[in-house]
Design a protein around this ligand. Structure first.
Ligand SMILES: Nc1ncnc2c1ncn2[C@@H]1O[C@H](COP(=O)(O)OP(=O)(O)OP(=O)(O)O)[C@@H](O)[C@H]1O
Length: 283
């Protein structure tokens, strides 16, 4: 594992007991400490399964060279609970994630389970609630919150445990655009403040575009990875496996197919428009 990696997945495969084919098929990748990684792929491509393997909810098929390392520790029976504390997962459906009668109770739940002293809890809980901008709802019953607010409380509950890595497993997919942007903004801010590593499973191309690194999965295999420019410029490959690309990447691909040379360095819709305007004015 290189020094700045926080996760290393080495040659991991996994087959569900009731299935004939592997859900994860010989996957290897590293995730850099403090980075934002998006995992994209169509339904059933193995995105959630790889997360369940990383936090030890599932155990990978046994192979000589296969291992998962999180924050310098190899995942095994002895380390699984420590690793679960380091990897906090926010799931898709906010309604399935609540246990407390109030927001504060809910955020305190994970700390209580870990036997954190009450005096310490009284400090950590309000801080975590404040970080997700929910202080005014501290005594509200979670059932009375909007979907976006519920996800913010779920994030606060995870933040309270002080994880090193936060995973959003399609955590914004049930929210309206405003709720989604709010969550992504909060996570972006927390990433800086708490030096968190973020892994976001998403179907949303704009969200994936925000990431430092994108991992593309298909049928349990890692198809390609890299920054947004590298991944989304592979328009044909992504289309083949049924994934969308940002609109400007599609336009650039169409123009290149028409033998119009578009520089590889163009990285956004604005840059493309500027380049095409220049091209037109030079005619
Ligand atoms: N509990 C399970 N038992 C058996 N097979 C499963 C189970 N969970 C997932 N699978 C299968 O494993 C494969 C990968 O599923 P996984 O949920 O990891 O995909 P995904 O990319 O996260 O999909 P989605 O975007 O729909 O959440 C699929 O073929 C799926 O049907």
């Amino acid at each position: 594992m290189t020094k700045d990696s926080i996760i290393k997945v080495n040659n991991i495969s996994f087959t569900y007991p009731e299935s004939d084919s592997p859900a994860i098929d010989n996957i290897s990748f590293e995730i850099k400490r403090g980075s934002w990684t998006s995992i994209i792929g169509h339904n059933g491509s193995g995105k959630s399964t790889i997360i369940r393997l990383i936090n030890g909810l599932l155990v990978a098929d046994e192979k000589d060279d296969s291992y998962i390392e999180v924050d310098g520790t190899k995942l095994d029976d002895d380390s699984v609970w420590d690793i679960r504390d380091k990897v906090g997962v926010v799931f898709q459906n906010p309604d399935n994630q609540f246990v407390g009668a109030t927001v504060a109770d809910d955020v305190a739940f994970g700390l209580e389970n870990r036997g954190v002293p009450r005096t310490e809890m009284l400090k950590i809980v309000p801080e975590a609630i404040k970080a997700v901008d929910m202080t005014e709802y501290t005594d509200t019953e979670p059932a009375n919150l909007s979907g976006g607010q519920k996800q913010r409380v779920a994030i606060a509950g995870i933040l309270a445990i002080k994880p090193k890595i936060i995973v959003l497993d399609e955590a914004t997919s049930m929210l309206d655009p405003e709720g989604r942007d709010k969550i992504l903004g909060i996570v972006q801010q927390m990433k800086q403040e708490y030096d968190l590593t973020v892994i976001a499973i998403t179907h949303d191309i704009d969200e994936a575009n925000m990431a430092d690194n994108i991992i593309v999965m298909n049928d349990g295999k890692l198809i390609t990875q890299g920054n947004a420019t590298k991944v989304f410029s592979q328009v044909k490959l992504l289309k083949e496996i049924g994934l969308d690309v940002p609109f400007f990447q599609q336009v650039m691909d169409d123009l290149r197919s028409d033998s119009i040379a578009i520089p590889e360095t163009i990285n956004s819709e604005e840059e493309l428009v500027k380049y095409l305007c220049q091209l037109n004015s030079n005619k």
